[in-house]
Design a protein around this ligand. Structure first.
Ligand SMILES: [Zn+2]
Ligand SMILES: [Zn+2]
Length: 278
């Protein structure tokens, strides 16, 4: 036999890169296999092969778990009215796992949008997308509606000071509203000043004063309302490659998932996808 692979001589990088590539291929083929199962079931082809059920057939022939088979079959049913999503499932183009994440909000009206998203963003970003969609939908019943996980915690001296003012008949709510309003105005002014004076640059490095003013505005959390994840990335709402400015008025601090979602609507990504499809 001539085919002997000398793994021992491969570099670490080569072995790791090959693992990643094989893993990707393996997942793709597994998806394709799962995508065929609804048809195997519809035609009862597993009987011809001597199996009692499509699950048994899939376990033996494809080495996939019972849970995966059941999930693929139920998605197939779920996507009956949404052919674009159905197509992603049966072609194996997108994993059953990812498709399952968006199944609860899939409708004929949004399926094209969802079909795009599911191909472009990570599984975690999809979870965020679904949560946002449900959050925005007034008809959606928030079953797990929990208390806001952040209660106001004041230092003892501040609490005492405010209580003292209140006991004197001073409207501390009005005072604090004023403080919040002033804070907003002040941050806006600061951003405007930085924005007006920032010049064009080719450097992706975001100046400290820009990062500081955004941190002042958003704190340590993602700027999307309702999102409580830490802000990890700085997003330019105007494409940096076009504007060439780090203008804080057009920047936002986002968590990784909301950043992905923001970019999935970006033309560049659409173009990239078109190229990949060719
Ligand atoms: Zn961005
Ligand atoms: Zn977020």
């Amino acid at each position: 036999m001539e085919y002997i692979v000398a793994f021992a001589e491969w570099s670490d990088e080569k072995i790791l890169a090959t693992c990643v590539r094989y893993g990707e291929e393996a997942r793709k083929w597994k998806n394709r296999f799962l995508g065929l199962l609804p048809e195997v079931e519809r035609r009862r082809l597993y009987v011809k092969k001597g199996f009692t059920s499509v699950v048994h057939f899939a376990q033996v022939v494809g080495g996939v778990s019972e849970a995966q088979v059941k999930r693929a079959l139920s998605l197939h049913e779920r996507f009956e009215e949404t052919p674009a999503l159905q197509n992603l499932l049966t072609s194996g183009e997108v994993s059953v796992n990812k498709l399952a994440k968006i199944a609860s909000i899939a409708e004929p009206e949004n399926e094209i949008f969802l079909a795009d998203q599911v191909q472009m963003v990570s599984a975690r970003a999809l979870e965020t997308l679904v949560r946002d969609a449900k959050y925005a939908d007034p008809n959606f019943v928030h079953v797990n509606k929990s208390e806001p996980d952040h209660k106001l915690a004041l230092a003892e001296d501040v609490e005492e000071g405010l209580a003292e003012l209140q006991s004197r008949g001073i409207d501390i709510d009005a005072e604090l509203r004023l403080f919040l309003e002033q804070r907003k105005v002040q941050i806006e002014a600061e951003k405007e000043k930085i924005g007006e004076s920032c010049s064009e640059t080719n450097s992706r490095y975001v100046p400290k004063e820009v990062r500081d003013v955004l941190a002042k505005e958003y704190g340590t959390k993602c700027s999307v309302p309702g999102c409580v994840r830490p802000s990890e990335e700085l997003h330019h709402t105007q494409r940096f490659s076009m504007s060439k400015r780090h203008d804080p008025r057009y920047m936002a601090l986002l968590c990784r998932e909301h950043h992905q979602i923001a970019h999935s609507k970006d033309v560049r990504v659409q173009e990239m996808r078109a190229r990949k499809r060719k």
